[in-house]
Each structure stands twice: as C-alpha cells, then as structure tokens.
Design a protein around this ligand. Structure first.
Ligand SMILES: *[C@@H]1O[C@H](CO)[C@@H](O)[C@H](O)[C@H]1NC(C)=O
Length: 637
C-alpha cells in the first residue's frame, strides 16, 4: 500500500546519506536544530482561495499578498523582508515574507498582543468578500506550512493536516449570515527532542493554527490583552473598524521524527478507492492493448506470409490491403516542417516528464523543497533542448526537407513561444486583479535569459548533430505518381478515428488527472508519484498500440496519409483532457469574475496543447517504427 510514495526505507537512506554531511542536503530540506528559547521564524505566504465549506466549491483562483494594502495585517517593525525562493516556487505563486510574530522554542505564550490595525470601508468590503470566498492564510514555521487539523466525514479518528487556515468565517445562524474576521491565532507547534543530544536537541515537526474571532480587551498601555471575550468581530462596511491581533503559542512534545514530519500533510483521500480504480483501469487498458497487439501480430504474420507467397507464385495481382500502398506509404507528409517541429518539442516534453517523475519517485523532489518540482521541470526542459533540436532535424531530414535553416531556428522557438505567449497574456489578468500570483518582471526576464543562453544554443547544437546523422531511409521505393485513395469507412475518417483512439490513453490517466487537478486548484500537496509513474507508463503503451492498430486499418483500406493522422489520433486524448477540465469547471468550481475564469480556461487549454504534442509524438514515433518494420519485411518485385 505504501509503495506509491517514496518508501520509508528509501527516505531513511536519503536521510542517512544526508546526515553524513550537511553539505549534501538539497536546498530547503536540511533540518534546523534549536535550543530551548531559540527564536523560531514564522514567515507568511500569500493568501489562497480554498473550498467554500457551504457549497464545497472553489470560487476564485486569484491569490493575494499577505501584506496587500486592504488586509491590514500587522507588519514587522523594519517592514516585511523577502525570503529567497526557487524559480519554480515563484512561478507557482509563492510569495514568502517575514512577519512580526515572535516564537521561542518550547516556550508557551498565552494571549500575546501583536498590533491594532484599522479597516476602512473599502478594505472591509474587500476583506469581507475574501471571507465569503473562503480564503486561507498560509504561514510557514521552520519551512512547514501551518495547517488545519481535519478529518474525513465518517472517519473522525483519522486526523490529518490540510494546508492553510481560514481568514474568517460566516456566522452559522440561519437568516443572519455575516462574515467575521479571525484576529486571534492559537499556534500549536509540535517539536521533537532528539534523544540523548545535549546541544540543540529540538526540531519543529508539526504546525497547526486554530484561528478565532474575538473582541479582546487591550490594557491601557497597549502591551497586553485579555482574550477571554469570544464575541466574533465583524468588519463594518460603513465605518472604520479597529482590529486587535493576538496569538497564543502552545509547544507540544511529539514522537514524530523530523524525517517523517511531512507524512501528515500527504494524506491520501480514500486510498482504497483510488487504488482500486487505478488497478481497474490498468487491467482494462493492459488487457485491451494485449489483445490488440496479439491480434495484430497474428494477422500481420499471416499477411506477410501470404504476400511473400503470392510474389513467389507470380500470382495475379489480387492482393488488397496494406501492401498495395508500398509505393506511397513513405511519401513525405504535407507540411513536414511543422510536423518535425512538433515531434522535436514532443520528444523534449516526453523526456522532461519521464525524468521529473523518476526524480520525484526517488524522493529527490520532496514537498519541503518548495517549487522543486516546477524548478526541475524548467531545468530539464532547458537542458533537453538538445534532444528537441536533434529529433526535429533528423526527422525533417528523413522527410526530405530542404529548408534546414528554418527548421533549426523554429524548433526551439515555436512551442516555447506559444507557452510564453499564453503565460504573458494570462499574467496580465493577474496584474489587473492586483494578485500576488502575477509573475514578477525580473522572473520573466530570468526565464527568457535562461532560454536564450542555455536552451537555444543547446537546441542548435542538437539540430546540427541531427542533420549530420544518417536519415531514416524508407525501406521501399516510393512511386512517382500517387495512388488513388478509395472511399473510406466511417470509423477511418479523421474525426471519428481521433475520438475513438484518443479516449484510451485518457482512460489510463483519468484517475491521476483528477488528483493532479485538485492539487493545482485546491493547493493540496500532490505526492503519489508511484501511481503517476505507472500511469505514465500505461499511457505510453496505450498511445502506441492503439495508434498502431488504427494506422494498420488505415493502410489496409489503402489510405497512406498516415503521418499526420498518427499524430492527431494519438494526440486526440488531449481533447478529452480539455473536456475533462471543462466538466471539472462546471461541477467543482463556481468562479466569480472574469479573471479567474480566463485563468482557468487559459491554463487548461495550454496544458491540453502540451499534452497534445506529447501524446501525438508518442503515437507518431511508435507508428513510424511499426510501418518501417512491416514494409521492410515484405518482398517487393
Ligand atoms: C504548553 O502548554 C501545553 C498545554 O497547556 C502543555 O501540554 C505543554 O506541555 C506546554 N509546553 C511546554 C513546553 O511547557
């Protein structure tokens, strides 16, 4: 049951290796040791929308800076300072800043007064709306996100952490729903004492914050507070409201070791259902592809034997089927430039995804290294520019393409251009809404620099090698005059064949897709890389076999335009991915405002497009391999 997560023994191994030398730690995953009374930093991250409890839906996708002018949270005396983050972390919207909270290791505090701030009418309107939309505060203590303790309905004993805690709440009285703001925080920190250690024996292993709304009394000198009054505090939208912020800190000793402190965050909802549905789909898919390949192999062997027989007997030309198109099947496709550019980028995405999942599976991209997954993907995509250039050039040369300069230039520009373009466009919506999710200009500049300085030259080098390499020659000669293509059966027509083939690879990843989507949009930690790895494998197998089968039928009906067809029917699974995102949009999200909707649909389309390139490439290359094999095995003239 555990294998889908990095196994404990593996984690222990990594931890052991790491403990040999602190210098070996990956950034962000080294433990910090404390003495009693040492200051433990509490940093604040952006505010994120969460599931609204009353409707069980997400109503916004815009995140806001903690120190957004309308929230009026208490600031540190010197002003908030930025905490440095990885590129991936910034791209995925983390904005981490210092805070005025003072926590000392293993020192309980009760009702400590932080500051008083004043909400004017406009701020109150803004903040109340965010409370209605169920916004969460996200704090980090020793790199660990402050969580809410939750349990599943019907299974209250099994508690786990969900990241973040609420900005406010709604009074439950029927007929009198009013938003109140949480201004008191009970911060419960679990700490672990390393047995037998004298110097700095303490580590932080768990953080839960229970926020509440109170109308505290502040003493005359403004230094202490009385948190006894539990009347909720409402923000008036017609007058100024003073808010006193207070907090208590409770340190609880815990047996949890530092190495396993993330486990409580990585709760798998209904693991059994998840597990069974995956096994189910895997069995169906494997069974299906197994059948497909067996049938195909049998028929093919018969076909080949028969064709070769016919030739020997110098029989009359009564053969039909795929052999008839041997003089046309290796005719270069229309628009070979675009196809080879797609294939180059597809290969790049293919390896990037595979290697990232591998790294994650081995536990190198732990959730404690914030954004490490995204960073790894960016770095890998950049370095794999070489593979992209090489593939594109070699394929283009095999298609007999002549404009090699154009090919070299456009391969690294086309797909990244589309991605950057969409990204820039969507970023404008975030800037317009004053969201913290907007990627800062310098990050954009850094990305473009990385691309120009590393990716572009690598791709050019790859192209150079690709053009120097031997092209894939056709095993049979191509006729001068193209054959007539007879009328095709309905299921072999472009759209029906796409819809038929595309649904199978989608079926293989459907379950994981759901979890990935909820981790992207609901800010849950995604950690089931074992499942993802299996799914990726199944998806590759399905894409290849089903595409090969369909192209075999296509060739049998004497249609030799298989290049683009193979790419499109396999890539059609992206259509289902986008459709799925659309259904998710209708059922799970009720986004208010133009910006959130544009963002959601924009990113879904972008992901769909990249998925199209990826699956199309898988389908094309396996079909190409298959077609070359079968035509090389028959005797012609
Ligand atoms: C802090 O308070 C809690 C609850 O009162 C108690 O269980 C815990 O032991 C205290 N921690 C320390 C370090 O005194």
């Amino acid at each position: 049951m555990k294998w889908f997560r990095p196994s404990p023994s593996l984690a222990a191994l990594v931890a052991l290796k790491a403990s040999l030398s602190a210098a070996f730690y990956l950034p962000g995953v080294a433990p910090t040791d404390y003495n009693e009374g040492d200051r433990v930093a509490l940093n604040v991250n952006r505010l994120t929308p969460a599931i609204v409890p009353s409707t069980q839906q997400v109503e916004s996708l815009i995140s806001y800076d903690y120190y957004h002018e309308f929230f009026h949270f208490c600031r540190p005396k010197k002003g908030p300072e930025k905490i440095s983050e990885s590129l991936g972390s910034i791209l995925f919207g983390d904005r981490i800043l210092t805070s005025p909270f003072e926590l000392s290791m293993a020192k309980n505090e009760t009702c400590k007064f932080l500051c008083t701030s004043t909400h004017d009418k406009n701020s109150a309107k803004f903040t109340n709306l965010r409370i209605w939309q169920g916004y969460n505060l996200n704090w980090l203590i020793d790199g660990l996100p402050a969580a809410t303790l939750t349990s599943q309905v019907g299974d209250e004993s099994n508690q786990f952490y969900s990241q973040g805690f609420s900005l406010g709440g709604i009074t439950p009285n029927p007929g009198d729903h009013k938003p109140f703001i949480n201004n008191h925080y009970d911060i419960i920190v679990d700490y672990h004492r390393i047995p037998g250690r004298k110097e700095k024996p303490f580590r932080v292993v768990g953080v839960v914050v229970q926020p509440s709304s109170k109308q505290q009394k502040i003493s005359g000198d403004g230094k202490s507070a009385d948190c006894g009054n539990d009347t909720p505090l409402y923000l008036s939208e017609s007058d100024n409201t003073d808010i006193h912020y207070t907090y208590s800190v409770i340190w609880m000793e815990s047996p949890t070791a530092w190495a396993t402190r993330w486990d409580k965050y990585l709760h798998v909802f209904d693991p059994r259902i998840h597990w069974f549905s995956l096994v189910n789909s895997a069995i169906i898919v494997i069974f299906l592809t197994g059948m497909v390949s067996m049938v195909l192999l049998k028929t093919l062997r018969k076909d080949i034997a028969r064709y070769n027989q016919l030739d020997l007997n110098e029989d009359v030309q009564e053969d039909s089927g795929w052999k008839l198109v041997h003089g046309d099947v290796f005719r270069p496709p229309k628009n070979p430039m675009l196809l080879s550019i797609f294939l180059g980028s597809g290969a790049q995405i293919f390896f990037m995804t595979g290697i990232t999942i591998m790294f994650a599976l081995l536990g190198f991209l732990s959730p404690s290294g914030r954004g490490s997954l995204a960073t790894a993907m960016i770095i890998l995509y950049t370095l794999l520019g070489f593979v992209g250039g090489y593939t594109s050039a070699r394929v283009y040369k095999s298609f007999g393409g002549e404009s090699w300069k154009k090919n070299i230039l456009f391969t690294p520009i086309f797909i990244p251009g589309v991605v950057f373009g969409t990204f820039f466009f969507l970023n404008f919506f975030l800037i317009w809404k004053g969201s913290s999710g907007a990627v800062p200009l310098w990050t954009m500049v850094a990305l473009i620099c990385i691309w120009f300085v590393i990716s572009l030259p690598l791709s050019f080098t790859g192209s150079w090698f690709g053009f120097r390499a031997q092209p894939f020659d056709a095993p049979v000669r191509t006729n001068q005059i193209p054959r007539q293509i007879p009328e095709q059966a309905l299921y072999l027509k472009p759209i029906p064949s796409m819809l038929l083939v595309g649904i199978l690879p989608f079926g293989a990843i459907f379950v994981e897709l759901y979890f990935i989507m909820s981790s992207i949009w609901f800010h849950r930690v995604y950690y089931m890389f074992g499942f993802l790895f299996v799914c990726y494998g199944i998806m590759i197998i399905t894409c290849s076999t089903v595409t090969i089968l369909m192209i075999y039928f296509l060739l049998c009906s004497e249609n030799y335009h298989w290049h683009w067809r193979a790419f499109f029917i396999s890539g059609a699974s992206a259509f289902y991915v986008v459709l799925n995102a659309f259904i998710y949009w209708l059922s799970k999200l009720s986004l208010g405002g133009l910006a959130s909707n544009v963002l959601y649909l924009g990113y879904s389309l972008l992901i769909g497009f990249l998925f199209f390139i990826l699956t199309g490439t898988i389908g094309f290359f396996s079909t190409w391999f298959f077609v070359r094999k079968i035509y090389a095995s028959i005797k012609i003239d």
